[in-house]
Design a binder for this molecule. Structure first.
Ligand code: PMP
Length: 402
């Protein structure tokens, strides 16, 4: 008898399972719209020029491989916080932002979950939007928080259920934690407007809720890192204390390098130091200290004005290519194939993903008949579309809908 004979087989990861099916498919027309990673106009992974140049600089500097401190590369975390909160940020300029390097966005969320589970003085319940990124729920449960939901997406309008969202936040027990996607909501591609963010900020203040921002796509929504940071900066300006998880996976294309940051805004420098010390106590027994290379890449880009300009252009280039694919797909479905249904949301949604409104059955048909792979909730990664495959994709959607 094996020690593990009672371990049941778990279900496969829904997104990575799609990649498996895609790889096994031998049809030349196959398209993978499942994974949320940017692809260039030839459907290939894209290493940013800013990243290549940063790596040249790092190689030439012949750095050693010593351990980083527990909270990571200090110059990187400082620059990451500046990118998110803005150079003018009051807590940042008062040395009142506690920040640690993290294992990309997921690791940042996990440190945040663990910190809140241990030190948050209110109810240890976190409200997630419905739907949310699939990893949020297990991640926060494993961190020791109770997971609840608030309304977010309205299937009827294929847009934001703003009334439902406000009602649910107003009905949440005072002091609850609320997870907010800072921009480019995954999986829906539906974000609140700036006016709606201002109202959400007011409700959160009124109910003394605690906002936890997940910012995995800064720059990817609008093409501007400043514009995409609106919600976080607005909340801080309104006097909220926030938690923030940042990822450099998408906006620098550093997926596998696992570069991210977690931060908390605090009252003043003295409080920041206490919070810092407790972040270290959480990180040390988890993984001791974070990896070196990716943090150096991101830091070189963020601290070198020339590379920063190159990077800004590339972020905009990625966002613009995605936006152009939205316009082309909308055109093809409405005027080209005259596919039944309303497709305006393809153009109005933003970020990496579009929630097409395709039903599970139609998604299955697309995979089986057309070799087009996506998640069964009808979400497609817009970055998987390009000039070579978009007509075939539109034609396949048309066939699946008709
Ligand atoms: N949050 C959201 C909403 C995401 O979509 C993702 C990536 N799919 C992440 C966090 C974390 O990604 P990573 O750990 O690769 O930075």
């Amino acid at each position: 008898l094996s020690t593990w004979s009672a371990v049941p087989a778990g279900p496969p990861d829904p997104i990575l399972g799609i990649t498996e099916a895609f790889k096994a498919d031998t049809d030349s027309r196959k398209i993978n719209l499942g994974v949320g990673a940017y692809r260039d106009e030839n459907g290939k992974p894209y290493v940013l020029n800013a990243v290549k140049k940063a790596e040249e600089i790092i190689t030439a500097a012949k750095l050693d491989k010593e351990y980083l401190p527990i909270t990571g590369l200090a110059s990187f975390t400082k620059n990451a916080a500046k990118l998110a909160y803005g150079a003018e940020s009051v807590p940042l300029n008062q040395n009142a932002v506690a920040v640690t390097q993290a294992i990309s966005g997921t690791g940042a969320l996990r440190i945040g979950g663990a910190f809140l589970a241990r030190h948050y003085p209110g109810a240890k319940a976190i409200y997630l939007p419905t739907p949310s990124w699939g990893n949020h729920k297990p991640l926060f449960m494993d961190s020791g928080l109770e997971v609840r939901q608030y309304r977010y997406f309205d299937k009827k309008t294929v847009g934001l259920d703003f009334a439902g969202l406000k009602e649910d936040l107003k009905n949440a027990p005072e002091g609850s934690i609320v997870l907010l996607h800072a921009c480019a909501h995954n999986p829906t591609g539906v974000d609140p407007t700036q006016a709606q963010w201002a109202e959400i900020s007011d409700v959160i203040a009124e109910k003394k809720l605690f906002p936890f921002f997940d910012m995995a796509y800064q720059g990817f929504a609008s093409g501007s890192t400043d514009r995409d940071a609106f919600a976080v900066r607005h909340f801080v300006k309104q006097g909220h204390q926030v938690a923030l998880a940042q990822s450099f996976a998408k906006n620098m294309g550093l997926y596998g390098e696992r570069v991210g940051a977690f931060s908390l805004t605090t009252k003043d420098e003295e409080e920041r130091k206490r919070v810092d010390s407790q972040i270290k106590i959480i990180v040390r027994p988890m993984y001791s200290n974070p990896p070196l290379h990716g943090a150096h890449i991101a830091n070189t880009i963020l601290s070198n004005p020339e590379l920063y300009t190159v990077w800004e252009g590339e972020v905009k280039g990625m966002a613009d290519r995605i936006i152009s694919m939205r316009e082309r797909l909308y055109e093809l479905l409405t005027n080209g194939f005259q596919t039944p249904g309303e497709w305006g949301h393809i153009k109005s949604q933003i970020g990496m993903f579009s929630f097409t409104g395709l039903k599970t059955e139609q998604c299955k048909t697309l995979a089986e008949k057309a070799h087009v792979y996506m998640t069964m909730d009808g979400r497609i990664s817009m970055a998987g579309l390009n000039g070579n495959n978009i007509e075939y994709f539109a034609e396949s959607v048309d066939a699946a809908v008709k």
